[in-house]
Design a protein around this ligand. Structure first.
Ligand code: PLP
Length: 383
């Protein structure tokens, strides 16, 4: 460890401890309150959180559930997608997106992403549409919205459902060309999010939610998340058991009030990194599009002519963690290997998997820490 690093607090990809300390009094009291009331499941905290999130997002219905993966699964079940139906999604994403498609016996159809923004390539989506296609799952990767206007136009034209995977982009706002603004996850047929601790709105365990403006769909989602029952002990369809517990909801209510301030802190850190790396020919900083705000779930660089493994080792030796999101494209994963796909089919995703690196990004990064990280990255890259 170098001398300059000793004066800094331990650097983490995500610092949940410092964030907690700032809201400790409120959070501890809220948890204690749930314990006193013992309404651990479906208690008043869950209903209040649901209503507050609906208000924040400007969406008619929020249905809380156990995690983001369940949110995607329940949404697809509620849309009555049937085995063999094709669902188009991005090759460059977290595995959960494709996993639930495959798990339900649907056919994942992978498409490439754009090199600058990491999001789903609209022309590629259009080419992949067949008469079996039922839905598109855009992923608002790393905290910035996919090109929703073009995607919604395409979905309307072909009468497809749009299931937004907004696990990494809660709070991001999309701006349509007519000036209308809508929060990520409230634009498509249904939106799915995760409250995994390290997500932008993270609880202290597992959690997730599904959003929709469609009343009938909301009722169906609620039923499926609760064993397919609308009235107790009456089961209209096969469902799952997926609940957000009251302690998590109580914590999320407090953190929701800070969400915009958390996004601002992340943006400040991103601006710092952008500025520090500007003009370096070996580093491409993440592109910001004009149609979406960015909530920087991750700050992801693309490296050119840099040995990524050695850079990561050098950073690690200097007390700086860095992660590769994601190292292997979905179509090259054993579980998703398919005779339809081979190496070279999605060149952008393949090149991103080989060149991206994500730096520490959270709500508690000081300028001193950011400067230290940027200095160390540049020290390695420029030597
Ligand atoms: C985290 C994440 C999920 C899954 O959320 P869990 O709560 O971990 O199940 C799904 N999609 C994306 C893009 C994610 O980042």
């Amino acid at each position: 460890m170098s001398i300059d690093q000793k004066i800094l607090p331990k650097i983490q990809m995500v610092d949940l401890k410092t964030q907690y300390e700032k809201i400790k009094t409120e959070v501890d009291a809220a948890i204690q309150n749930v314990i006193e009331n013992t309404a651990f499941i479906n208690g008043p905290e869950v209903k209040s959180f649901q209503a507050e999130l609906e208000q924040y997002l400007g969406v008619k219905h929020v249905i809380p559930c156990a995690n983001g993966t369940d949110a995607l699964q329940i949404a697809m079940m509620a849309l009555d997608l049937k085995p063999g139906d094709e669902v188009i999604t991005a090759d460059f994403t977290y595995v959960a997106t494709a996993e639930v498609i495959a798990l339900l016996g649907l056919k994942p159809v992978l498409v490439d992403v754009y090199p600058n923004t990491f999001d789903i390539n609209i022309e590629a989506v259009e080419k992949a549409i067949t008469n079996k296609t039922k839905a598109i799952v855009p992923v608002h990767l790393f905290g910035q919205c996919a090109n929703m206007e073009a995607l919604m136009n395409l979905a309307h034209k072909h009468q497809l459902f749009v299931i937004e995977d907004t696990a990494q982009a809660i709070g991001a706002e999309y701006v349509f060309s007519n000036g209308t603004k809508q929060k990520a996850g409230t634009i498509g047929t249904v939106g799915c999010t995760s409250f995994f601790p390290s997500k932008n709105l993270g609880c202290y365990g597992d959690g997730g939610a599904i959003y929709t403006n469609d009343e009938a769909l909301a009722a169906k989602i609620k039923m499926i998340a609760n064993h397919g029952q609308s009235v107790q002990y009456v089961h209209d369809s096969i469902g799952v058991n997926s609940r957000l517990d009251s302690i998590q909801a109580a914590i999320l209510r407090i953190k929701l009030r800070h969400l915009d301030e958390y996004a601002a802190a992340r943006n400040k850190a991103a601006d710092f990194y952008d500025h520090a790396f500007a003009g370096n020919p070996k580093i491409k900083t993440p592109e910001r599009v004009k149609n979406s705000t960015h909530v920087f779930h991750q700050y992801t660089l693309q490296l050119k002519d840099v040995n990524r493994t050695s850079l990561r080792e050098f950073l690690s030796e200097n007390g700086i963690p860095a992660m590769i999101y994601y190292p292997i494209p979905l179509h090259l994963q054993k579980a998703y290997s398919d005779p339809r796909y081979k190496e070279g089919d999605f060149p952008v995703t393949e090149s991103l998997c080989a060149s991206v690196i994500s730096l520490p990004m959270h709500t508690e990064l000081s300028e001193e820490t950011l400067q230290y990280i940027a200095d160390k990255v540049l020290e390695f890259i420029n030597r």
